[in-house]
Design a binder for this molecule. Sequence first.
Ligand code: BV8
Ligand code: ZN
Length: 241
Amino acid sequence: MPDLDLSQPRQWISEAEGVAILTGAGISAESGVPTFRGAGGLWNNFRAEDLATPEAFARDPRLVWEWYDWRRGEIAKALPNPAHKALVQLEIRKRIFTLITQNVDGLHDRAGSGKILKLHGDIWRLRCLRCGANWPDRRVPLPKLPPHCQCGGVARPGVVWFGEPLPDGMMKEAEHAAAAARVFLVIGTSANVYPAAGLIPFARHSGARVIEINTGETPYTNLADCSLRGPAGEILPQLIG
Ligand code: BV8
Ligand code: ZN
């Protein structure tokens, strides 16, 4: 990775009273969790419309569960990487701190992050289609696909699919956090998916310094005050350490 001049972003972060973070699948890439759109990305083998939608689940719950059960197995082998851990250190130092994630893998929780807004839900939770019960289930593999609720109803993954609204109040809380931030760190997201990606211009227009960390360009690279090109697992510890 070329030598990056981190002095300016480091200064912005250390001087900021409030910090908000938006993470995507790229922050878990160095933990071995496949991303969605990169090389070897999850979507490369499947089309999102075929699997991550309520229609797909209604059409073939078993197929959709086979994909989620496989992903849960992959994620279960993964450990939080230095990028996840650097965010835990930053949270300890900042009075005003919110971690907003699009990821459903639970690696921020396992790293020790406290305040996490999970915009797209949690792959380790199940939700009953019949009675609405919502519970954690970390078994890999699941004994039976699709899994069922105690009421006998079919259970779905506790995630937000394309075409589904985010959990009630979640975006309001995320916007509140972005508006309160002096620095908005955008880490490992292709900034394709809305309304999550809309938080980036929202934070900028609310006066935050936007620092992007990504191995590639995104639609918001030019809007960022600084875009650091490289792996989050290497950059974040240097940026925050
Ligand atoms: C909604 C959970 C409304 C499931 C996911 C046209 C325009 C605008 C919007 C839309 C549109 N058409 C449709 C929409 C809406 C749609 C949308 O945004 N579609 C996109 C594709 C255009 N959005 C929705 O449907 C949302 N709901 O709008 O509801 C509504 C309101 C009321 C009533 C009814 C409906 C719901 C979206 C949520 C979908 N669920 N996931 C699951 O995980 O299985 S999205 C999925 O993509 C994941 O959550 C993932 O996190 C997310 C975003 O992807 P990224 O995290 O960015 O990952 P990606 O692989 O794309 O990128 C990785 C990045 O990391 C890359 O940039 C790469 O360069 C970088 N990287 C790689 N390695 C590293 C790295 N960076 C640093 N270090 C590294 N080592
Ligand atoms: Zn039930």
